[in-house]
Design a binder for this molecule. Structure first.
Ligand SMILES: [Zn+2]
Length: 284
C-alpha cells in the first residue's frame, strides 16, 4: 500500500539489492510502504558477489543477478524498477594491487565489462550504465586508466542513448567529466554523479538524502536526483542510509514547502536524464 499522503512518485536513484546476503525484497517493501514508487538498482561490485573477473564475459553473471532482482522488485512497486549496470571503479585497485594486473590490462577488462553492460541497455534489459574513477588517491597510471574507462562509458552512453552514473571523488565541480561526455556525443546532463552533495558543476547530482544536502539542492532549483546508496550488506548496517530514507525525506521536503524541488527530483530530472516517465508508470 502506498502512503496516501505522498502525492508524488518517489524515486531512489541509486541503491543495491542483494537477496543472497542482505534484505532483498524486504528492503523494497520498506521503501514501498513509506511511499516509494521507483527504484534504480545498481549491480553490486563484482567481487562482492564472488566474481573475480578475468574476462569481460565474467561480468555477465553479476548483471544477470541484478536483472533478476530488479524484475522481482518491479513486481512489488506501484511504479517500477530498472537496472543500472556497470563496473565498479574500485575494481581497478583490486586488479592492480591484489591480482597482478597492469593498469592497462585492468583498463581493458573494465572497458570490456562495460561493453557487455551496454548490450543489456541495447536489449532493453537495463536503463543506464555505471562507471567512474576511484574516490581515493591512486598512482597516475591507475588514475589515467580509470579516466579511460570512464570515457569508454561515455562513448557507450552516446552510442546507446543512455545515461551514465558515475562514482567519483567528492567534488562540487566535475565539469571536466561533463566535457568528456559532450566530446563523445553524450549530453552532460545525462551524466549523473552518484553520492553527490547538494551542489555540482557539470553532471547531474544524485544527492545523498541527508537533510543538509537536500536543502542545498532544493534551494538551487536545478535538476537533481535523490538516492540512499543502500548497499544491502548485513556486515555494514550503519554504513549507509536505509531504504526508507528517500520517501521520508520527500515527506520532509514537502512539509518544508519544497514542492517544486520534489517535482524536479522525482518527475522532471528522471525524465530528462533517463527518459522515464515516473507519473505514467504509476499503477492507477
Ligand atoms: Zn552504490
Amino acid at each position: 500500500m502506498t502512503d496516501p499522503e505522498l502525492p508524488t512518485p518517489v524515486l531512489d536513484n541509486h541503491l543495491h539489492l542483494d537477496p543472497r546476503h542482505g534484505r532483498g525484497m524486504d528492503a523494497v517493501k520498506d521503501f514501498r510502504n513509506l511511499g516509494g514508487t521507483h527504484l534504480l538498482v545498481v549491480n553490486k561490485p563484482s567481487w562482492h558477489l564472488g566474481v573475480e573477473a578475468d574476462d569481460p564475459e565474467d561480468f555477465r553473471a553479476v548483471f544477470e543477478e541484478t536483472v533478476d532482482v530488479v524484475a522481482e522488485a518491479d513486481e512489488l512497486l506501484d511504479g517500477g524498477a530498472w537496472p543500472v549496470l556497470g563496473v565498479h571503479p574500485g575494481l581497478i585497485s583490486r586488479l592492480v594491487d591484489e591480482r597482478g594486473f597492469s593498469a592497462d590490462a585492468a583498463r581493458e577488462l573494465m572497458q570490456g565489462g562495460l561493453s557487455v553492460a551496454a548490450e543489456y541497455v541495447a536489449d532493453g534489459d537495463a536503463l543506464a550504465l555505471k562507471s567512474g574513477r576511484p574516490h581515493y588517491e591512486v598512482p597516475d597510471a591507475v588514475w589515467d586508466a580509470s579516466n579511460a574507462v570512464t570515457k569508454h562509458a561515455f562513448t557507450l552512453g552516446a552510442e546507446h542513448d543512455c545515461a551514465v552514473q558515475l562514482h567519483t571523488e567528492a567534488s562540487e565541480d566535475l565539469s571536466e567529466l561533463a566535457d568528456w561526455a559532450a566530446e563523445r556525443g553524450l549530453e552532460p546532463e545525462r551524466v549523473v554523479k552518484h553520492y553527490a552533495a547538494g551542489r555540482l558543476r557539470g553532471p547531474t547530482p544524485s544527492v545523498m538524502s541527508e537533510r543538509d544536502r537536500l536543502e542545498r539542492a532544493a534551494e538551487r532549483g536545478e535538476p537533481f536526483l535523490m538516492e540512499t546508496d543502500f548497499v544491502d550488506d548485513p556486515d555494514k548496517p550503519g554504513a549507509v542510509l536505509g531504504p526508507k530514507t528517500v520517501p521520508r525525506r520527500v515527506r520532509w521536503l514537502l512539509e518544508e514547502g519544497y514542492e517544486d524541488a520534489v517535482r524536479i527530483a522525482h518527475v522532471e530530472t528522471p525524465n530528462r536524464v533517463y527518459g522515464i516517465d515516473t507519473e505514467a508508470t504509476l499503477d492507477a
